[in-house]
Write a protein that binds this ligand. Structure first.
Ligand SMILES: Cc1ncc(C[n+]2csc(CCOP(=O)(O)OP(=O)(O)O)c2C)c(N)n1
Length: 275
């Protein structure tokens, strides 16, 4: 796929992605807007400027792999796949409908394009480690990009895989944390405080890059740096705002997993239209 590095162009794509997210969830009457919107900027940059993938040859062995461990945020993933050209954007409106490929959580049995099924939090990084191991055995230089939520870090399995990745020096994985500070029905730090996350990750051996996950220049530099580092395990912590882009959804736990009503949908779309 041709890479897009122009920030204005990337922002325009992310705006379309946000409109897709809102429309899909409104149309379905259910879904997870907050954690989809928070990841829209850095995932747009990843899909359009950094990840090696080709919608014309989706199963090419050389493709970089993307694992959405926080599977509930699949509206952002489905939109990016459609906007990249893997399927028609109109299919997004089948989200969460009976017999659709676009279920409420990514389902590989329905949609082979995905590297894995996800949604049961905590599993995606273990799967990524397995894929990365396999790639290394095959002498395949492809990268594995895995996205975790900050609330997801409450799952012990995440920490097991973090240590496995260090132990086996799986430097072909780039881990991303969407640090939007909110999980299902409250603030991450009220549920299980993530004290000194950077230090905890550094202590177990990671090179931690921490940036504003809505600042395009910083996102580009972070991916550039992460891809340049070949002898360390890299984690990028993206500090983000849950619900980013829709004023009444921003930083509000209630927008983790609910659909807008008609009035809210129209207001959200207008805000996105007005930029
Ligand atoms: C194993 C497991 N336990 C609980 C849930 C229910 N659940 C869905 S989303 C969520 C909160 C996730 O928070 P976070 O990882 O911060 O996601 P984000 O805020 O980015 O949407 C929870 C607890 C789940 N999907 N899987």
């Amino acid at each position: 796929m041709n890479k897009i590095s122009d920030a204005a162009e990337l922002r325009a794509i992310a705006s379309d992605v946000r409109k897709d997210i809102i429309s899909m969830i409104y149309n379905a009457g259910s879904g997870h807007p907050g954690g989809s919107l928070s990841a829209a900027d850095f995932l747009t940059v990843l899909f359009f400027n950094f990840m090696n993938h080709n919608p014309k040859n989706p199963s090419n062995e050389k493709r970089d792999r993307f694992i959405l461990s926080k599977g509930h945020a699949c509206p952002v993933y489905y939109s990016l796949l459609a906007r990249s050209g893997y399927f028609d954007v109109s299919e997004l409106m089948t989200f969460r409908k009976l017999n659709s490929r676009l279920q409420g959580h990514p389902d590989k049995s329905k949609f082979d394009l995905m590297e894995t099924t996800s949604g049961s939090l905590g599993q995606g990084l273990s799967i990524s480690a397995g894929i990365a191991f396999g790639l290394r055995l095959d002498k395949n230089k492809a990268k594995v990009f895995c996205l975790l939520g900050d609330g997801e870090l409450d799952e012990g399995q995440v920490w097991e895989s973090l240590e496995t990745i260090i132990k086996y020096k799986l430097n072909n994985i780039i881990i991303m944390i969407d640090n939007n500070k909110i999980q299902l029905d409250g603030y991450v730090n009220d549920i299980k405080e993530l004290k000194n996350l950077d230090h905890e990750l550094t202590d177990i051996g990671y090179k931690v890059i921490r940036i504003d996950g809505h600042d395009y220049e910083k996102i580009v530099t972070a991916f550039d740096d992460a891809l340049r580092i070949s002898n360390e395990n890299v984690i990028i912590i993206f500090d983000t705002i849950k619900g980013k882009g829709i004023s009444f959804m921003e930083n509000k736990p209630e927008w983790h997993g609910k659909a807008p009503n008609k009035e809210e949908y129209e207001k959200a779309m207008k805000e996105l239209e007005d930029g």
